[in-house]
Design a protein around this ligand. Structure first.
Ligand SMILES: *Cc1c(COP(=O)(O)O)cnc(C)c1O
Length: 373
C-alpha cells in the first residue's frame, strides 16, 4: 500500500544493499546447526577479534551505563600518533560506511555528479542516490579502475570521486605511480574519497598520509576500518583521515555518540595487538595462494587479489552460491554487481578454505551419471 504521506523523492532511486547472509539465518533455513556452517561472504577476519581487544571490551561492559566519550579521545590520540597525523585529521564513523555517508551529507546535493568505477563497492551508488546526486559509472579496465577515464569523466558538476584500493568486490590494486598521478590530477574542487578498507593487506601499501600531513590536499579523504584486518566488523568502527578543515565540516554531521564505548575500548586494544594483525596477514596470503593454485588447476578464471577475498568465475554464480550454501558454505553471489557468472569468496582459515574448495569442486563438477550398460 502506498504511504499516506510523501517521502523524500530521492529515496525512490536508492538501491538496497544486499549483505552477506548471516550464519544463523542460513542455519535456520537449512535446519543445520550453526556450528556446521562457515561464512566466507563478508571479508571478515577468520581468526576472530584479537584477544587483547576481547579483554578490553569485557572490561568496558561494566561502564555501559555511561555515555561513551563523544570525541573518542584516547582512541583518536592513539590512532593519530600511530599514523603520524594530528587528532584534528581524524573522524570516526559507525563503520567506514558511516564516513561514506558523511561525505554524502557534506558534498552530494541534488544534481551533483559523483564519479565511480564499474564494479565499485555497492555503498557508493547508495550514498549518491540517497542525496540526489548523479552517478557517473566509468567502465572498468581489467576489472579495475580506469583512472584516466575517471579523470576524463570529471565535469564542473562533479563533487566526489570514489576510489577503492584494493577494490571490493574485484580485489584489484592500483599501481603506485597511477594513484599518485590521479590524486594530483583531480581538480582541487573535487573530493577524492579513497577507500582503504583493505590497505593493511597490501605488501607494499601506497602511503598517502604525507599528502594529509602537508596540509596541501584539502580534497583528499582516506577511509579505513577496524572491520577487516582488525576483526572487529561487529563493533562498527571506521575512520576518515583528511585535512582538518574538511574533518571539521564532517564533524558537524556526526552524531555525538556514534561510536559506542565497547567499540572504543576494543579498537584501542586492537591497535596494540600487532601480532594478531600480522598473523591475519600471513593466513590471508597463504589462503590467497591456495585458492589461486586450486582455481588454475580447475581451469576457473579468477582475478588476482590484493585483499582478503577472491573473485572467481563459476558459470551460474547464483546456482553455485545456492549449492554451496546447502553444503554449509556461505559465499557471495555477484549478480548485484553485474557479475552474474562470478562468486566472491572471503579468505578463511586453511581449514575453511579447504572445505570451501572441496564443496566448490563438487558443485561445479556434478557426479558423472553412470554409463548405461
Ligand atoms: C568492508 C568495506 C567497507 C566498510 O566497512 P565498515 O564495516 O563499514 O567499516 C568500506 N568499503 C569497502 C570497499 C569495503 O569492502
Amino acid at each position: 500500500m502506498p504511504l499516506p504521506f510523501p517521502t523524500n523523492p530521492a529515496l525512490q532511486g536508492v538501491p538496497v544493499y544486499q549483505p552477506g547472509r548471516p550464519i544463523e539465518e542460513v542455519a535456520r533455513e537449512l535446519g543445520l546447526p550453526a556450528g556446521d556452517i562457515i561464512k566466507l561472504a563478508s571479508n571478515e577476519n577468520p581468526l576472530g577479534p584479537s584477544r587483547l581487544a576481547q579483554a578490553a571490551m569485557r572490561k568496558a561492559i561494566a561502564q555501559v551505563n555511561l555515555y561513551p566519550d563523544g570525541n573518542a579521545f584516547y582512541l583518536k590520540q592513539k590512532l593519530a600518533a600511530r599514523l603520524g597525523v594530528s587528532p584534528a585529521n581524524l573522524i570516526f564513523g559507525s563503520g567506514s560506511n558511516e564516513v561514506l555517508e558523511f561525505v554524502g551529507h557534506a558534498l552530494i546535493t541534488p544534481g551533483a555528479e559523483v564519479v565511480v568505477s564499474q564494479y565499485c563497492f555497492a555503498v557508493y551508488p547508495i550514498v549518491t542516490a540517497l542525496f540526489g546526486g548523479t552517478l557517473k559509472v566509468v567502465p572498468a579496465r581489467n576489472y579495475g579502475h580506469d583512472l584516466d577515464a575517471m579523470l576524463a569523466a570529471i565535469t564542473p558538476q562533479t563533487r566526489v570521486v570514489f576510489v577503492a584500493n584494493p577494490n571490493n568486490p574485484t580485489g584489484t590494486g592500483i599501481r603506485r605511480e597511477d594513484l599518485a598521478r590521479f590524486v594530483n590530477a583531480v581538480p582541487a574542487n573535487v573530493l577524492v574519497a579513497l577507500d582503504e578498507s583493505y590497505i593493511e593487506f597490501l605488501d607494499e601499501p601506497i602511503d598517502l598520509l604525507p599528502e594529509i600531513r602537508s596540509g596541501q590536499k584539502p580534497n583528499l579523504l582516506l577511509m579505513r576500518t577496524f572491520s577487516k584486518i582488525y576483526g572487529l566488523a561487529g563493533l562498527r568502527l571506521g575512520y576518515g583521515i583528511a585535512d582538518a578543515g574538511l574533518i571539521a565540516e564532517l564533524e558537524k554531521i556526526r552524531q555525538p555518540f556514534n561510536i559506542n564505548s565497547i567499540a572504543q575500548a576494543g579498537a584501542l586494544a586492537a591497535l596494540d595487538d600487532t601480532a594478531h594483525a600480522e598473523k591475519t596477514r600471513r593466513v590471508n596470503a597463504r589462503g590467497l595462494k591456495l585458492y589461486a593454485r586450486a582455481f588454475r588447476k580447475l581451469g576457473l578464471e579468477f582475478i588476482p587479489s590484493f585483499a582478503n577475498f577472491i573473485l572467481v568465475r563459476v558459470g551460474d554464480g547464483q546456482r553455485v552460491f545456492s549449492e554451496l550454501q546447502k553444503l554449509g558454505v556461505i559465499v557471495r553471489p555477484m549478480g548485484g554487481y553485474q557479475l552474474p557468472e562470478w562468486i566472491r569468496i572471503s579468505i578463511g582459515t586453511s581449514k575453511e578454505n579447504q572445505r570451501c574448495l572441496e564443496a566448490l569442486k563438487s558443485v561445479i563438477a556434478p557426479p558423472v551419471a553412470p554409463v548405461a550398460a
